[in-house]
Design a protein around this ligand. Sequence first.
Ligand code: SAM
Length: 197
Amino acid sequence: MGRDNYFIRQFGAPSGGLGIFLAKIMNLSNKRMYKANSVRLEGRKRILEIGYGNGKQLQIIRAMYPDMSLYGVDISEEMHGTASKALGDSALLSVGDAGDLPYQSSFFDAVITTDTCYFWNDPRKVLSEIRRVMKDDGIFINTFNTMYADSVRKTRMDECIFDLNTTVASAGICGLELVSHRETGKFEEQIILRKKI
Ligand SMILES: C[S@@+](CC[C@H](N)C(=O)[O-])C[C@H]1O[C@@H](n2cnc3c(N)ncnc32)[C@H](O)[C@@H]1O
């Protein structure tokens, strides 16, 4: 496995001291995306973040909306430890795979994820799980870095969501439809989906 793949694996599941350091780098590079997601949550009560990393986005949401119930799931034990320290009891954080969400159906008003969709091993399984845990009037906000998505995609032979077309195609199969799509910055995109009822 080459150097690029090692780093991509680290971004996909940060571990050890390097993982903690890379999470801080992500905080700088993903700043605009955190903000773009947070402003779309106004009026929503119960939020799930998939792939919370070191918890920066949840901290921003907590500061903006003190009364929201915040949940998170991340596959990395390291990130769970780091984010738990940062967030204390202001969010309910789990370690787990987005393809098997540890929540009851129709539970969340919004599900968000930043810079993670290209790492999911089975995107349709994840999208189906997101649909299951969303309320009927809920939204799913997927925000990602297009340059980085392209690098991750090149390391993969299987199905992967990395742009508008691949996201909408997979989401459609899983019973989700497009609400909006916009650029949040250079090389950054935000896709909002809802349940097809
Ligand atoms: C590039 S980092 C982004 C972290 C955070 N969202 C941010 O923007 O700062 C990707 C995160 O997604 C998590 N992740 C990757 N695949 C996952 C999966 N299948 N289920 C849950 N979390 C996952 C990783 O552990 C990592 O924390």
